[in-house]
Design a protein around this ligand. Structure first.
Ligand SMILES: Cc1ncc(C[n+]2csc(CCOP(=O)(O)OP(=O)(O)O)c2C)c(N)n1
Ligand code: SF4
Ligand SMILES: [Mg+2]
Length: 304
């Protein structure tokens, strides 16, 4: 006797996805879809107002996330997700702005934007899917590629020192820094939920497999083999000094919440400076615009 799935049963994350865009482009065993599932879980659990949420991606396999989520989402140019998101946040401070992009997009071509957004403490939630290469363009060496890894541009092994992203963004000023792998689905969803409620520059790195280009070229097996590696070699160390969480090829992966601290964000500093300099002559931009409806702070009556 066959078991029938009740026709009204829907996947709980389906309301957050543009089903008409399926099937997606991601390869079997790719970790990016897993991160999207965690993101959707975080949306459900944190009960965040979706009308005040915007998601911005750059270009890359990870950048495609912007096209699949049923949110106000923006697929911008390569390396420019953070400046685009910064503009949105400054134009409408009531928005919860998420940047969702790849390690290459955020730390190579977009690396300068990353460190300056952290320094300024712009109130953005950055989810960086780190598959250790530029996947979309054929698996070239990225600033995150660990030593000795074979890539399309390092056929004899990578020798450049790699960025330790949690250390980089902590040093630049991020107030929330965490790292998980795609094996740590509950922890990742919880971290994303925490970042939604954190004021300031939050950065979550997700170590994720690219079986098609990174794992295959390095003879590391498929997506499932990578899950086993993440399970066996990950060690949770909340509060670990970020200088000590650098990655090596197939070595230990330190995961956890490394940084959770408070300092004034960019908009608060801007307002304080303007009040100090201009006194009563300064009118807050959002007061002036009459943001009041609560649905994303929109000034237009016709928005709902
Ligand atoms: C200005 C510009 N330079 C280069 C590219 C080519 N390009 C597209 S995606 C990409 C790298 C993507 O790597 P990553 O951000 O790590 O994303 P992944 O595909 O690994 O998820 C590059 C170099 C581009 N689209 N635009
Ligand atoms: S090329 Fe790699 S990162 Fe891109 S979809 Fe395929 S497995 Fe994922
Ligand atoms: Mg990448």
């Amino acid at each position: 006797m066959s078991t029938l799935i009740h026709p009204t049963t829907i996947n709980p994350v389906e309301p957050f996805l543009r089903s008409d865009r399926m099937p997606h482009i991601w390869c079997p065993g790719c970790g990016i879809g897993t991160t999207v599932n965690c993101f959707a879980q975080a949306l459900i659990e944190s009960k965040i107002d979706l009308k005040s949420l915007a998601l911005v991606s750059g270009i890359g396999c990870t950048g495609r996330v912007a096209g699949y989520v049923k949110l106000d989402s923006f697929h911008t140019t390569h390396g420019r997700a953070i400046p685009f998101a910064t503009g949105m946040k400054l134009a409408n401070p009531h928005l919860n702005v998420v940047v969702y992009s790849g390690d290459g997009d955020l730390s190579a071509i977009g690396g300068n934007h990353l460190i300056h957004a952290a320094r300024r403490n712009i109130d953005l939630k950055v989810i960086c899917v780190n598959n250790l290469i530029y996947a979309m363009t054929g698996g070239q060496t990225a600033p995150t590629t660990p030593g000795h890894a074979i890539t399309s541009t390092s056929p004899y092994g990578t020798f450049e020192p790699a960025f330790n992203l949690p250390h980089l963004v902590e040093a630049a000023g991020a107030v929330y820094v965490a790292r998980w792998t795609t094996y740590h689905v509950r922890q990742l969803a919880r971290s994303i939920g925490e970042a939604f409620h954190k004021k300031g520059f939050s950065f979550i790195e997700v170590i994720s497999p690219c079986p098609t280009l990174y794992q295959r070229r390095n003879k590391l097996g498929d997506g499932l083999d990578t899950m086993k590696y993440y399970k066996e070699k990950s060690k949770t160390k909340h509060g670990a000094p970020t200088a000590e969480v650098g990655l090596t090829m197939q070595g230990e992966i330190i995961v956890g919440k490394f940084v959770d601290r408070d300092r004034p964000d960019y908009s608060s500093l801007l307002k304080a400076q303007m009040h100090e300099s201009l006194g009563d002559r300064y009118v807050d931009y959002d007061d002036e615009q009459g943001y009041a409806c609560g649905d994303g702070g929109c000034a237009e009556d016709s928005c709902h």
